[in-house]
Write a protein that binds this ligand. Structure first.
Ligand code: DOR
Length: 458
């Protein structure tokens, strides 16, 4: 075959998880070769007479669209000892995450077009995977939000209703309403009620060292009040809200009544994310075992809440799984609670942990792909990503569903160097990650130079 007829990359004999060719948004598993040309998927099917300039023999392996993690905190600029765009994206690469959306609570926070441009230039040539950035909503930029959310490479606006790491907060109810009224794209929200957090802070101040009090301080009402408030505002103004890291059974009940698909918008005005750690760790054991390393906002709660989250994952109610990758150094985490910061690394373990849940029969592989690839792409308008289809970007996670591995701190690429899942045995492992048609990670080794590019087409 003439060289110009060759594929740049040919993946042979893979089991692929792909959209059903006839039924939109139904997923199937089939056996196929996948040919890649010019960073795009050029052919799917039986390509046994074709050849590739590079080839992967994938018999026995499963090809997924690369995961899109719509909630990471890569800490650049401001906290290189925790993470930066190079180390965070390398962690993503090792975990089969080929696109990330970075959060704005950096130092300085991402509040202006200049801040966004700064992050873009920092990511260029340094990011191992594809990227987009949230603009943060603050009292200082409410009147600019409508412009900010439309900037190239901005995936949307993030609103912190409750304080977490950093000082980015929307503040008053008036500010919140003004911000919501201005937005047109889906916006992401950290839904914890800040007034209630302030009133209840004494509970943990009076009991220093008791991290198991974290879900008491940041209780169910704290989350529910904020979730109801932001949903009411989104409804009032006809906006689309995506609520992050849902943690309570009560919110899931609320979503059952309020998440409704619409003819013009299959996701409706209200969508939500669940994290792997809320699905995997549970109180009180996680605090006994991991101490402040299990501390995050909103908190990990008991099994009753976890069961409700699983129902939402299984029955189709939840829209995305995001990692809320929020690295802190162990020195900071070792401070006595509540001085210890909230958050844990997660971008690298998202797929292995969730593939293990697939192995244990807790969700299907196709539902996982919906939650980690196709839904994030559809919700946030990444039209060229999220599925294995001709014409889409060649971003893949090649996984071995039979491989049994132990997650260890030494495998963690994040600058923080630890994971709450250290020592966990999982079945299901990312053996190779392909970004824009380039094999960038194979068998735990990076290959070549960073190949990430802007995730949103301008
Ligand atoms: O625990 C958390 N930590 N939750 C968040 O939403 C923010 C994050 C961080 O940035 O550390």
């Amino acid at each position: 075959m003439a060289d110009d007829a060759a594929f740049d990359l040919l993946i042979r004999d893979a089991t692929i998880v792909a959209p059903h060719r006839k039924i939109p948004h139904e997923w199937i598993v089939e056996s196929a070769d996948v040919g890649i040309r010019n960073k795009k998927i050029a052919a799917i099917g039986s390509l046994s007479s074709a050849y590739g300039k590079a080839e992967i023999q994938a018999r026995g392996l499963t090809l997924l669209p690369g995961a899109i993690d719509t909630q990471v905190h890569f800490r650049e600029p401001g906290s290189p000892e925790k993470e930066d765009l190079s180390s965070g994206s390398r962690a993503a690469l090792f975990g089969g995450v080929t696109t990330f959306f970075d959060m704005p609570n950096t130092q300085p926070p991402t509040l202006t077009a200049i801040d966004v441009a700064d992050k873009m230039s920092r990511a260029e040539k340094r990011s191992w995977v594809n990227y987009a950035f949230y603009a943060g909503a603050s009292p200082s930029n409410i009147n600019k939000l409508a412009e900010l959310e439309k900037l190239p490479h901005v995936c949307g606006v993030k609103i912190f209703m409750g304080s977490s790491t950093g000082n980015l907060l929307i503040g008053s109810d008036e500010n919140l309403e003004a911000a919501v009224s201005k937005l047109t794209r889906p916006f992401a929200v950290h839904a914890e009620d800040d007034a209630r957090l302030k009133v209840r802070r004494h509970l943990v101040e009076e009991n220093p060292g008791h991290v198991e009090m974290h879900p008491e301080w940041r209780d169910v009402e704290t989350a529910l009040i904020a979730t109801k408030k932001i949903t009411a505002l989104a409804k009032k103004y006809g906006k689309r809200v995506h609520i992050l890291h849902i943690s309570t059974a009560e919110e899931i009940e609320f979503f059952k009544r309020n998440c409704k698909a619409e003819a013009s918008n299959p996701f409706g005005h209200l969508t939500f994310e669940i994290t792997p750690q809320h699905l995997t760790l549970a109180a009180p054991e996680c605090y006994e075992k991991f101490g402040t390393r299990a501390q995050m906002n909103p908190p990990i709660r008991d099994k009753h809440h976890q069961d409700a989250l699983w129902t939402a994952v299984r029955d189709g109610l939840a829209t995305t799984i995001g990692s809320d990758h929020a690295p802190h150094t162990l020195a900071e985490k070792n401070k006595p609670y509540p001085q210890s910061p909230s958050g844990m690394a997660g971008v690298q373990t998202l797929l292995p942990i969730m593939l293990n849940h697939v192995h244990l029969g807790r969700l299907s592989l196709t539902r996982l792909v919906e939650l980690t690839s196709s839904n994030p792409a559809r919700l946030f308008g990444l039209s060229s990503k999220g599925s294995i289809e001709i014409g889409k970007d060649a971003d893949f996670a090649l996984v071995d569903l039979k491989a049994k591995k132990i997650i260890t701190n030494s495998w963690i690429q994040s600058r923080c160097g630890w994971t709450p899942f250290d020592g966990f045995t999982v079945q299901g492992w990312v053996v190779s990650t392909i970004v824009g048609g380039q094999i960038s990670m194979r068998d735990g080794e990076v290959i070549g130079s960073p190949k990430g590019s802007p995730a949103l087409k301008t």
